[in-house]
Design a protein around this ligand. Structure first.
Ligand SMILES: NC(=O)C1=CN([C@@H]2O[C@H](COP(=O)(O)OP(=O)(O)OC[C@H]3O[C@@H](n4cnc5c(N)ncnc54)[C@H](O)[C@@H]3O)[C@@H](O)[C@H]2O)C=CC1
Length: 283
């Protein structure tokens, strides 16, 4: 897509965007440092793009508890500054956000207008980013997704495949539920949304998008072992058996009907995405 400017270049989603939209301009860390929000805004004004996607973020969930100020700058101040610059140019801006804006209570899939309540610093900084973007006044969309995986970067699939080759048994949390989402499908959804927003200037807002069907981390791990032909046994444990600096939501299920209704984008079956990622990793 010519005229598209993407923040991020080597992350999971940015890598897939590059595959799907090789004509777009990608700004890696060396070209746009998100700890300097005004530099990000200046980069947009200098490039004069037709649309902007932010695929860069501070994604280290546990480290964000102790590096909160930096995470806040990268996840909140920078996207807000980007959204203001895009508004100044009158071009659509799309931000990727997270299921971690919710408190994880209940079992019902979260709808876009449900009350937020992040359990940790990462979710809080991402939520502040959403608010800053909405206040920027331009045409914007926020795509909340969950449990992202791909053949690149650090993610659960790669960790499970590595450990599954080394060990006979893995203990994996079974009381957190959500939809694993292939980064390739997120990239495709972002591009579809941007195309649609360019055609219809009134379009935008917050949308949920995750892979189907919902599962637990343990259920996901079992499917990964099977898909990768590994005999490693996966044993269910509970969140309290695996303490982490940041609390994780128990219910990360996202209700994805709005993106289907407004953009015609369906929940992807993550099994198909997993098959491709496992094949790519084994090549
Ligand atoms: N990974 C996951 O499971 C989930 C991710 N998300 C969101 O999806 C989006 C994409 O995530 P991933 O591709 O998985 O992330 P990733 O961790 O693979 O990539 C993040 C990218 O941000 C860049 N970045 C980090 N700090 C930077 C800085 N100071 N200046 C410039 N660039 C910087 C990195 O270089 C990298 O390219 C993010 O907004 C994330 O919050 C949402 C839900 C779950």
């Amino acid at each position: 897509m010519t005229g598209l400017l993407v923040f991020g270049s080597t992350g999971q989603v940015a890598t897939e965007l590059r595959r799907l939209a090789p004509d777009a301009s990608f700004l890696g860390r060396e070209a746009a440092e998100l700890s300097d929000p005004e530099a990000c805004a200046a980069a947009i004004l200098a490039h004069r793009p037709e649309a902007v996607i932010n695929a860069a973020a501070y994604t280290a969930v546990d480290r964000a508890e102790s590096e909160t100020e930096l995470a806040q700058c990268i996840n909140s101040l920078a996207p807000a500054a980007m959204a203001r610059a895009a508004a100044e140019l009158g071009v659509p801006f799309l931000q990727i956000s997270t299921d971690y804006v919710f408190d994880g209570s209940g079992e019902r899939p979260w709808r876009e207008d449900d009350a937020t309540g992040p359990l940790g610093a990462y979710g809080a900084t991402k939520l502040d980013g959403e608010r800053g973007i909405a206040e920027a006044g331009g045409q914007w969309a926020v795509l909340r997704t969950s449990w992202v995986f791909s053949a690149h970067g650090a993610n659960f699939v790669k960790t499970m495949m590595r450990l599954g080759k080394e060990r006979d048994e893995l203990r994996v949390v079974a009381d957190q539920h959500g939809g694993p989402t292939p980064a390739a499908d997120i990239a495709a959804a972002c591009l579809d949304m941007i195309r649609s927003m360019r055609k219809q200037p009134g379009k935008g807002g917050i949308y949920h998008f995750s892979g189907a069907p919902d599962t637990s981390w343990a259920g996901f791990a079992r499917t990964i072992m099977k898909q990768a032909g590994l005999s490693c046994r996966v044993t269910d444990i509970s969140t309290s058996d695996y303490p982490t600096p940041a609390r994780r939501p128990g219910n990360s299920r996202l209700d994805c009907r709005a993106i289907m209704r407004d953009f015609g984008i369906a929940r992807p079956d993550w099994h198909a995405g997993l098959e491709k990622v496992v094949t790519e990793l084994e090549q």
